[in-house]
Each structure stands twice: as C-alpha cells, then as structure tokens.
Design a protein around this ligand. Structure first.
Ligand code: CO
Ligand code: ZN
Length: 335
C-alpha cells in the first residue's frame, strides 16, 4: 500500500459535479496502466483493463470521486456568504470549520448568534472569507461557486484521519488494484464515479454506458465502535474489509455475499459482515441499471463520516485492496 505516491487522491478538490481536478489526476496516474479511458456525461472516469478469458465478463468496480460541499447562494453587502448544501453534511460538524474553494480561497463557517449554537441550523450560518465588503468578495468568489470543509489527512501507525476519506479511500483502493493487475480473466472497468453524494448519478450513467455483467461498489461504511454506537451498524475499525449485506438502498444477493466471504477465507483476508443502517452507495444504482446487474459492495469502516476528520484503519484498507485484487484475478461464477 503506497499512500505517498497517490497523495493527490486525498488532497484534490472535487465536490459533486466539480470532480475534474480529481479525474484529471487519476487519468494521469492510471492512464498508462489500462487499455482504454472513457468519460460519461456526468463526469465519471472509466478505465478499462481488458480480460484474457474467452468467457470474458465485464466487471464494474465503482468508487466515487466526489465529496460533499456547499454552493454559494447569496453575498451580503458586508461581505458574508450564504450557502446551500451539495450532498448532506450534518450541522454539528460545521461551526468554526475552515472551507476551501475550488480556486483555493479560504473561508470559515460562522453563526449569526451564540444562542443558535444550541439548536444548529445551516440557515443561521454564513461563510466568512475575511473580505471587507461585497465588492471585495467578488474579486475571488461569486454566486454558484462551490467549497468544502476540509482538513488535510494525517497518517499515524495504523490510522488515517482527514477530510474526504469518503470516498477517496475507495478511489485509492481501485488505483492500488489497477497497478497490480496481471492477466485478469475478465474485463475490469474501473469507474471513478461522479455525483454519488447527490444521488448516485455518475454510477447510474456509467453503468448504462458500459453495461457490466457484475458490479462491485467500493466505499466507506459507518463504524459502530463508538460510545453507544451499536445502532449505527455492524462494523468496527481494524477488523477487516466490510462485505456488504445490506444498507438503506440495497440488499446484496446471498450468492454474492457468500462468494466474497469464501474468497476472503480462501486467501485469509480479514473481513466483517456489513449492515449499514443509514445511507447507501453506488451499488444501488448499478444493481438497478438496465434489466438489473448482480451487484455487491465492499467498504472500509469509517468513524465520523462526512466530517472534516473521518478516521479509518490502514489494515482495513489493505484488506479491501486484497479482496478486490482476488476478485479481479479469479474467474467469477456469479452470472
Ligand atoms: Co458519503
Ligand atoms: Zn461514499
């Protein structure tokens, strides 16, 4: 696992609908490792690695490039900015946080009155870029510009913490697998999807475009190892790759779950059974594309999803890389 040489994955700006900086960097890095590069209309990047088998199936691996953020909707005369959400960000994670704009401008999220801190509401919040007045703001930020809460990642012995782990971790896993593939029997279509956080839009358009036989979404899942966290789901940090059984938007077919568990057992890769009680992933859109595609999910357990400091365990990331590698190298009997 090499985080250093894929640093760009965790640091390039890419809020939903504005993923170009991320896709350009991925194309630059991965382009030489695959046979073909495509884009779909929503901005998803598709890297195709041809298979060697005669019974060639098309396997779509999907990880989303986009992160949640805000769009500027109003600028007042004093130079404070009002915003609307792009994707869903819990209010509790926002006050006093730094935001970064696509052009590099920086702002801080404030609130109108201290008493509103007891009952948080984004409509009472604003972004302050330190401008003197509206005219001053317009020199760097205009209505429709997009920003995101962010803090740079930090790696310690066994943990990585930072913004945008959801789902740059998935993109990282796909790139690690792409680098290692050799004589894969099936066509592997690495989809770096756009606009997941606003409704799985990139996974939908790309799965119609490439018509896969099998789908696998690689994303994050809510970690439940927090005080009274057991209602969040079934997974914890450090116990291995999370094999999806169910989330709010998908029920994975039994044979797909069994296939992934057997694969992990066979190669002695640690895994856990994942039921996420809220949220969904690209698996939903792939499964329901055309007349239906058999689709599963593999995730990294993460604490504080959609905060500026998402936290996950390096060994879980490694376990996901290992399972996806094996999945791509074997003749899959799922359809
Ligand atoms: Co998310
Ligand atoms: Zn995600």
């Amino acid at each position: 696992m090499n985080i250093q040489n894929k640093d760009f994955i965790f640091s390039e700006f890419g809020v939903s609908g504005r993923e170009e900086k991320v896709s350009e960097k991925i194309e630059e890095f991965g382009g030489k490792l695959v046979d073909n590069i495509l884009y779909d209309v929503t901005g998803s990047l598709i890297c195709v690695k041809k298979g060697t088998s005669k019974k060639n199936k098309k396997i779509m691996l999907s990880a989303h490039m986009d992160t949640i953020g805000f769009i500027i909707t109003y600028i007042d005369e004093k130079g404070f900015l009002r915003f609307a959400e792009v994707g869903n960000q819990p209010d509790a994670y926002l006050l006093g946080k730094r935001v970064v704009f696509e052009n590099g401008s920086i702002g801080v999220i404030g609130i109108e009155r201290r008493e509103y801190e007891k009952k948080l509401n984004k409509d009472k919040m604003f972004i302050d870029i330190g401008a003197k007045n509206k005219e001053d703001v317009l020199r760097s930020v205009k209505i429709g510009d997009i920003c995101a809460v962010y803090s740079p990642y930090k790696v310690t012995d066994n943990i990585i913490t930072g913004g945008w782990m959801d789902d740059r971790i998935g993109c990282f896993i796909l790139l690690e697998v792409m680098e290692s593939l050799k004589n894969n029997p099936n066509d592997i279509l690495f989809v770096f999807s756009a606009q997941e956080e606003v409704g799985l839009r990139g996974a939908q358009t790309s799965s119609y475009k490439i018509e896969p036989d099998i789908g696998l979404a690689v994303d994050v899942t809510e970690s439940s190892d927090l005080p009274e966290g057991e209602l969040l789901g079934s997974c914890v940090l450090g116990k291995g790759a999370a094999i999806k059984i169910m989330d709010k938007t998908v029920i994975v077919p039994k044979r797909f779950i069994q296939y992934l568990c057997n694969l992990a057992d066979k190669y002695e890769i640690p895994f856990q059974r994942d039921i996420m009680r809220a949220r969904g992933t690209d698996a939903h859109a792939i499964q329901l594309s055309r007349n239906g595609v058999i689709t599963g999910g593999l995730s990294v357990p993460v604490r504080y999803i959609h905060s500026a400091s998402e936290m996950c365990a390096l060994e879980d990331i490694q376990a996901c890389i290992d399972i996806v590698k094996c999945f791509c190298q074997e003749e899959v009997q799922l359809c």
